[in-house]
Design a protein around this ligand. Structure first.
Ligand SMILES: C[S@@+](CC[C@H](N)C(=O)[O-])C[C@H]1O[C@@H](n2cnc3c(N)ncnc32)[C@H](O)[C@@H]1O
Length: 277
């Protein structure tokens, strides 16, 4: 390797490629609803991992928690800090970091660690579990939201459709979706020292809600969502972009429960994991 070579985390490249804030706009209501169920009180120290631009971090801060949002993508960290500033939330800060290596954070510093569709994307799931446990105080909690592989609803189906158009992942690749399988979650947290009986699961639902048609929402994914942008890049090389667009439009239309073509309202299932440390 040349001495000039700088290793960049491929996940950082993926999530900085587009502009996830455009998708996050459709997730705000469910983010707030979820946060309201977490028993957050004033002064609680909360770490929001893979926080994006703060879909859950901002509502946590509105409840009076001291919130640190950590994300691998610098553009999303900047967007989160801008949102917090605009709301005057002095108790909410965003900084860059990797969920698999939180070296900048001291042990046992947080009452609650939240990661909603965030840390699941790291390629080192056992390190992620270890780090989340390390930074949570004894008696504190970790709450994760993880998409479920093979589920019939939106996100798992986007992945399934997209994977048919993209080259197979490199050998040794661990699918992020395994965080949506209870046995894998148990393996990862027990390896980090958590007793199995302190890990619990709920199947929950998160709604994507936006004032545009399902087809327009597909275009937002195509233009701004890193994983979908990559799928279209690959499909274009094989002359199959129109086919991919059609399959996604059919999926989004089928899943739209708004009863109108001008509004998209798509509930998607996820696994909510709670760990008591
Ligand atoms: C689907 S978005 C979810 C963002 C946010 N939690 C939300 O619900 O809107 C996934 C986020 O995880 C972040 N991410 C991916 N891998 C990460 C890692 N290894 N460490 C920290 N953040 C990561 C991405 O940059 C992105 O912001």
């Amino acid at each position: 390797m040349s001495t000039n070579t700088v290793l960049v985390n491929p996940n950082k490249v993926l999530w900085e490629k587009g502009d996830f804030t455009k998708i996050a706009e459709s997730m705000r209501n469910s983010g707030t609803d979820l946060v309201n169920q977490l028993g957050i009180t004033k002064g609680m120290k909360v770490l929001d991992l893979g926080c994006g631009d703060g879909t859950t971090a901002i509502p946590e801060a509105r409840l009076g928690a001291d919130v640190l949002g950590v994300d691998i993508a610098s553009n999303l960290v900047a967007a989160g800090n801008k949102r917090a500033k605009e709301e005057g939330l002095l108790n909410c800060t965003f900084q860059e970091g990797n969920a698999a290596n939180l070296y900048e954070l001291s042990a046992k510093g947080f009452d609650l660690v939240v990661s909603i569709f965030g840390a699941m994307f790291s390629s080192n799931p056992f390190d992620v579990a270890k780090e989340m446990v390390r930074v949570t105080r004894p008696g504190g909690r970790i709450v994760m939201g993880n998409w479920i592989p093979g589920d019939p609803t939106l996100v798992a189906q986007i992945l399934k459709i997209s994977s048919a158009y993209t080259p197979p992942p490199p050998e040794g690749f661990v699918s992020p979706m395994l965080w949506g399988v209870e046995s894998h979650v148990v393996d990862r947290f027990t390896a980090a020292g958590i007793a199995k009986e302190n890990i619990s699961f709920i199947k929950d639902s998160f709604v994507f809600q936006i004032a545009c048609s399902p087809a327009e929402f597909v275009n937002i994914f195509r233009t701004y969502y890193g994983p979908t942008m990559n799928a279209f890049d690959a499909a274009e090389k094989n002359g199959k972009a129109t086919e991919l667009q059609h399959e996604l439009e059919e999926l989004f239309k089928r899943e739209n429960k708004s009863g109108s073509n001008d509004v998209t309202f798509i509930p998607a299932n996820f696994l909510r994991v709670t760990v008591v440390c």
